[in-house]
Design a protein. Structure first.
Length: 502
């Protein structure tokens, strides 16, 4: 224990979301080393199916957040922030012989829009050398290219003149990018020609292979909560293979995609038994589960070790890690879909109890309940109104995606008070993934939609048929159900956008 403590004191640690509190999870050299190990492994598996040229470039949409020090002197930040700042990140580029297009100043700029613009301009500057396009989660690639649809003319003008738009205000980022680009009128007119065609007749279908003709594939996490972005990603990919990236968490890496040629919907991950000590809690779905509500629950059995998992069985993962976590429940539900050289292959089902997620943010029903409770107390204190019922929705169709919270209220409330409640809820989600994404503007301002009286009654009526009785009905605290969303949107009488991160 003493050795572990010393080691932790010398090493950075990081946040991890935990129902309303931010939680520190240890992150040590071992964590960066296993990251390097899994990236090398997965690059090797990918190259079996999609060989790439040594020394080529990756158009990588990657972003490092800010780090800070605790009073005790430990560095705190997200796992990716630590990794991009570590020597292992440089080592990964050297050993896999693939180099990211953007310099450190772009990766760690701390502003999503500015970094994305620079990733795009540099990706185009090196376009013929780009061997593949990547990001941590596919949400980011989709966001980046939908942003490109808006700014491509500006980017072309910059490439033509070797200049950088005034939207890039961060001095270090400007300097680093300007040092790399040169006026290139012929590249600019080539891009312009392609974009005009993509815009007018193709609806941006196949944008990636058209602009990066030597790209062999697209790689990022596409499973789990990223599945909703697949359609748009396929549209931009226009037939280019989509390679689903590996499975891991801040706490520990878990498994590698040994079948990179499979479509993301069929991907599973071979557990690397040396990354942590893995245990598995067998889960059995409750009979008569009401699917309208998202709080699926399971009957659990005693955990089994990796060597005793069964094909077709669902489990929750438990980790004992080299960084000091003992029998830590990750909350992920996985299914054993096969074995690879004796190690189980897991397909990711979903994160238990997680309801709101767009990008790297993770909020549970309890997190939502807590922010709504706080804001509704504020409403009761400042007005004659009260919250009657509520639900939420992660809107990923807008750019950037954002949370919508629907409130039905009783009594009179001034707009100013509701605006304040909206702000309070946005600021109330303390999950670090959410806070970082909001600060970097990769998630938009939270929206409060006030619906007219009786709306949740209509929602309940709609659900009765499916739930088998009103007395069993319980308002889903988050929904993607289109019928329910239609009822809520048709009944919306007021909308507010949070100013919490302005
Ligand atoms: P974090 O701790 O923020 O790094 O998030 C880790 C969580 O992201 C995991 O516990 C999963 O719920 C999810 N995740 C990570 N990798 C994948 C993957 N390849 N497919 C689906 N979900 C994933």
């Amino acid at each position: 224990m003493e050795r572990l403590l010393l080691y932790l004191l010398k090493s950075p640690s990081l946040f991890c979301p935990s129902e309303g509190r931010q939680k520190y999870v240890p992150f040590t050299r071992h964590s960066s080393q296993t990251t390097l190990q899994i990236f090398r492994l997965s690059a090797a598996y990918r190259s079996r199916f999609y060989p790439i040229k040594e020394g080529g470039r990756i158009l990588e949409f990657i972003y490092a957040g800010k780090e800070f020090k605790t009073l005790g002197g430990l560095t705190v930040g997200t796992a990716t922030t630590h990794y991009y700042a570590s020597k292992e990140f440089k080592a990964k580029q050297e050993t896999t012989k693939s180099f990211t297009c953007s310099p450190q100043e772009v990766i760690s700029g701390g502003d999503f829009g500015q970094s994305t613009y620079c990733h795009l301009i540099l990706g185009l500057h090196f376009s013929t050398q780009v061997e593949f396009v990547a990001s941590a989660f596919s949400y980011t690639i989709v966001q980046a290219f939908s942003f490109f649809q808006e700014v491509w003319r500006e980017i072309c003008a910059d490439i033509k003149e070797g200049n950088l738009s005034s939207r890039i205000t961060l001095p270090n980022m400007r300097k680093a990018v300007l040092a790399l680009i040169r006026p290139n009128p012929s590249l600019a007119s080539h891009i312009e020609e392609i974009c005009l065609e993509l815009e007018s007749s193709l609806g941006w279908l196949g944008l990636i292979p058209k602009l990066w003709p030597n790209a062999k594939y697209i790689s990022s996490i596409m499973t789990g909560s990223m599945l909703p972005y697949l359609k748009k990603l396929r549209h931009y990919a226009g037939g280019l293979p989509l390679v689903s990236a590996d499975y891991g968490s801040t706490e520990s890496w878990i498994g590698v995609n040994v079948d990179p040629h499979l479509p993301p919907e069929d991907v599973s991950f071979a557990v690397i038994p040396t990354f942590s000590y893995f245990e598995f809690i067998p889960l059995y779905r409750q009979q008569n589960h009401q699917d309208v509500s998202t709080d699926v629950d399971f009957v659990e059995e005693k955990p089994v070790p990796l060597s005793q998992v069964k094909l077709g069985q669902e489990y929750e993962l438990v980790l004992t890690t080299f960084t000091g976590l003992y029998r830590y429940r990750l909350g992920d539900v996985v299914e054993v879909t096969g074995f690879y050289k004796g190690t189980p292959k897991l397909s990711f089902i979903y994160r238990r109890k997680l309801i709101l997620t767009i990008n790297i943010d993770k909020n549970t029903e309890k997190d939502l309940q807590r922010v709504v409770d706080k804001a509704s107390q504020l409403l009761s204190r400042t007005t004659q109104a009260e919250v009657v019922d509520f639900t939420s929705h992660a809107d990923v169709t807008a750019r950037p995606g954002h949370y919508i919270i629907y409130w039905e209220i009783r009594g009179e409330a001034e707009d100013k008070a509701l605006e304040e409640c909206c702000r309070e809820m946005d600021a109330g989600f303390v999950d670090h993934g959410y806070v970082v994404s909001r600060r970097m503007k990769s998630i938009g301002p939270l929206e409060l939609r006030v619906v007219e009286g009786g709306t949740f009654g209509k929602v309940a009526e709609m659900c009765v048929g499916k739930c088998g009785g009103l007395n069993q009905f319980k308002t889903p605290r988050c929904t993607t159900n289109s019928v329910m969303l239609n009822i809520l949107d048709d009944s919306t009488v007021k909308r507010f956008r949070s100013s919490a991160y302005d």
